[in-house]
Design a protein around this ligand. Structure first.
Ligand SMILES: [Zn+2]
Length: 384
């Protein structure tokens, strides 16, 4: 609750807070001084004419019941972590935010409100779904999201840019199993059991993602800018530096995702810029608009939206460490080389959401301070 932990107990299937009840209510109703439940003005009951106090209404109610009263029930997550430990998370601030994650048992439902802007070259294209593959896959046009069908799986050749975007997001869906296994390297004394605590008693989570368009009642959304610049190469750096200005739109909390400091929160998941083609180094960036590479690059960018840092090496960034290459963060990991979502990534997403804090794959040394990696990263590194 608001990054603070409270203890409680389960009675009759409901969860009751037993400690620091006032502080808990402060967090629950997100209030400081003038909170309704603290009011000393009595409420006169319309039917009986008797007076009562708002505080009486909220006192000793279960978390679930309070959430219903406050209109947050849809944001209550709960699961049994062990035989005698239930975790309940209420991210009430997420109610109107762009990113909502709700966990019930093994079901993890992510809802992302997002507004998508499409550009054909420099022109804004009003119909997002207009950006299509080239009609013919002529040699000089160098294809569009792959001129060949993938060896296995979906045939993406006729997908529009928009459809690829959605497919890239959906790559995060699936069932992720805990990896209960003993893992031992010769330099360790003891074997380590890898256990993703956040997967709970079931030892598995099933991730589903819903992409919604912001509405009048729910105006906040993250933003995605899609640029089809196949006909003209773009130097990405220019967009990095000016993205804040170029795209400042009212109530903007714009920031591009590759900035080094942590501005991520469940209320501000960042702005995603997608280009069909980057920089002038043709060969190196060829993959950006070819099938599976392009698709999984999109997935990678949404990894940042869910609160994950990069796992790959950044030699020009002081203090930055690459993730140790282990089974849980393999060389194919989606945040390292854009290929595969692993169970550990999902646990990191759960951590990011639970603590409202972006997660790192390795310690980061910044201004003589160590910003530690995610607790979800369990495998030891050599020398630990
Ligand atoms: Zn990245």
């Amino acid at each position: 609750m608001g990054r603070e932990k409270f203890n409680g107990e389960v009675r009759g299937g409901k969860t009751f807070i037993t400690s620091r009840y006032y502080a808990y209510l402060d967090r629950f109703f997100d209030c400081e001084e003038n909170c309704k439940y603290k009011s000393e003005e009595p409420i006169i009951d319309e039917e009986t004419g008797l007076q009562r106090f708002y505080y009486d209404e909220v006192y000793n109610r279960s978390v679930e019941s309070l959430a219903r009263m406050a209109g947050y029930l849809d944001l209550v997550s709960s699961w049994e972590q062990t035989e005698d430990c239930r975790i309940v998370v209420v991210n009430n601030a997420a109610k109107n935010g762009p990113y909502q994650l709700v966990r019930r048992g093994r079901e993890v439902n992510i809802r992302l409100y997002t507004r998508i802007y499409a550009y054909n070259g420099n022109r804004e294209s009003l119909k997002v779904k207009d950006i299509k593959p080239f009609e013919s896959e002529e040699e000089w046009k160098e294809g569009w999201f792959g001129s060949k069908k993938e060896a296995k799986g979906e045939d993406y050749r006729n997908y529009t840019f928009y459809e690829l975007l959605i497919a890239g997001i959906q790559k995060w869906e699936g069932v992720y199993e805990n990896q209960y296994q003993k893992y031992r390297e010769p330099w360790w004394n003891d074997a380590t059991t890898i256990c993703y605590d956040d997967f709970g008693l079931d030892g598995a989570v099933s991730v589903k993602i819903e992409v919604c368009v912001p509405t009048g009642e729910h105006p906040k959304g993250n933003r995605v800018y899609m640029f089809d610049n196949r006909e003209g190469l773009i130097n990405m750096d220019a967009y990095d530096d000016y993205s804040g200005e170029r795209f400042s739109i009212e109530e903007s909390y714009n920031w591009s995702l590759n900035w080094s400091y942590d501005r991520w929160s469940i209320l501000n998941v960042g702005t995603v810029l997608l280009f069909t083609r980057l920089k002038s180094d043709k060969r190196k960036y060829d993959h950006s608009y070819k099938s599976s590479g392009f698709l999984s690059m999109i997935s990678h960018e949404f990894g940042h939206v869910w609160g994950l840092h990069d796992a790959y090496d950044k030699p020009d960034k002081m203090g930055w460490n690459e993730a140790a290459e282990t089974k849980e963060v393999s060389k194919d990991n989606i945040m390292r080389s854009n290929k595969r979502v692993q169970p550990n990534d999902i646990e990191m997403i759960l951590e990011a959401w639970k603590y409202n804090k972006r997660q790192r794959y390795a310690d980061f040394y910044y201004k003589l301070e160590i910003i530690p990696k995610s607790q979800a990263v369990k495998y030891k590194e050599k020398g630990d």
